[in-house]
Write a protein that binds this ligand. Structure first.
Ligand code: UDP
Ligand code: MG
Length: 326
């Protein structure tokens, strides 16, 4: 049965205690606010302890559901799975580790009730290692400097979407969504709420350096064609620089032979460096195109728990087994 509010929580190897703490905080925040709500945990191929913790919560709480994916697909795919299965008129997605404060939800709902389709949050401050803080700071600025869509700086994955916005996003054909870009891209009425992000209390970050790099790269190319246009410009500039260099080489006398040899070597290194860099850029874009044209589903659902019926719009390949009530 459709409800007013859905909370989508992607879960990957999360500390079981974090999940029960989150649910407790959500229940005490939401009970006085929303007539009906559901919490959808999306298990992104976690180890057994985490999955069992989700199952226990589904067993105990009638409004808790679990979408168990067939393996680890990454947070973005897990959010897609959650949005596909959500029935709420408003859908909030948030992290599983209590770093996204449930206390902000009443304010988000207030904006939604005022007519906003998208309520984003931005992390005004965060308690992370100085290295990670610097990387996030630099990344968002770089992303915006090149992006064709304005992406709110320091935005995380804690946001509210109206039913209209969810339907638009779920209908978008790309398989690998980068929500921090996709959500601002759809337009509609949007607002950003800043908040201070606490450090993770229990457990450690499930984002490895590789996962962070992959997400950063996918985000950069998903909303940004400018590097591709930059390549011919780069080539032309190099050709223009080569011309006076050639003239200089003709003018130069024999005694500066060694100096010239070093200079030529330096130029060769610079030029081949730029060439390899540009070829690498094209390769990254090609890889993204390849992923899209393959048209593989974003995720495969292994099993559903706590759902009465499978949502009709979930097509066969994404649903390996029928819904199970626990
Ligand atoms: N997550 C996921 N799949 C992954 C990695 C992470 O669904 O492969 C989820 C995780 O359960 C959490 C959110 O993404 O809900 C953010 O992860 P985490 O807190 O570990 O990252 P950080 O806050 O350090 O960026
Ligand atoms: Mg976290």
């Amino acid at each position: 049965m459709p409800c007013e509010l859905s909370i989508v929580v992607p879960v990957y190897n999360e500390e079981p205690e974090n999940l029960s703490r989150l649910l407790e905080a959500l229940e005490s925040t939401l009970a006085p606010l929303s007539s009906t709500f559901e919490v959808i945990f999306v298990d992104d191929g976690s180890k057994l302890a985490t999955k069992n913790a989700c199952l226990t919560l589904v067993e105990k709480h009638p409004h808790v559901k679990l979408v168990a994916l067939s393996r680890n697909y990454g947070e973005q795919a897990a959010i897609s799975a959650g949005l596909d299965h959500a029935t709420g008129q408003a859908v909030i997605n948030m992290d599983s580790d209590m770093q996204d404060p449930p206390a902000l939800i009443p304010k988000m709902l207030e904006y939604w009730r005022q007519g906003y389709d998208v309520v984003l949050t931005s992390q005004a401050s965060r308690k992370e290692s100085p290295f990670r803080q610097f990387c996030s700071f630099a990344y968002y600025r770089l992303l915006n400097a090149f992006s064709t869509v304005q992406i709110p700086v320091d935005a995380g994955e804690f946001r509210l979407l109206s039913r209209r916005a969810v339907d638009v996003i779920c209908a978008m054909p790309e398989q690998n969504k980068f929500f921090r870009g996709t959500v601002p891209w759809i337009g509609l009425r949007q607002i950003v709420i800043p908040f201070d992000r606490d450090a993770r209390d229990l457990g450690t970050s499930t984002y490895t350096g590789y996962k962070l790099m992959k997400l950063a790269m996918e985000g950069l190319v998903a909303f940004n064609m400018r590097p591709l246009y930059f390549i011919p410009f780069c080539g032309m500039t190099l050709m223009l620089i080569a011309l006076p260099l050639q003239i200089l080489a003709i003018i130069a006398s024999g005694e500066i032979y060694y100096r010239l040899a070093f200079e030529i070597a330096a130029i060769l290194f610079a030029v081949s460096g730029v060439q390899i860099f540009c070829t690498g850029l094209v390769a990254i874009y090609l890889a993204e195109v390849l992923k899209e044209v393959r048209h593989r589903p974003t995720y495969i659902v292994d099993q559903l728990f706590g759902f009465q019926t499978a949502p009709e719009h979930i097509v066969a390949p994404a649903l390996a087994r029928s819904p199970t009530s626990v």
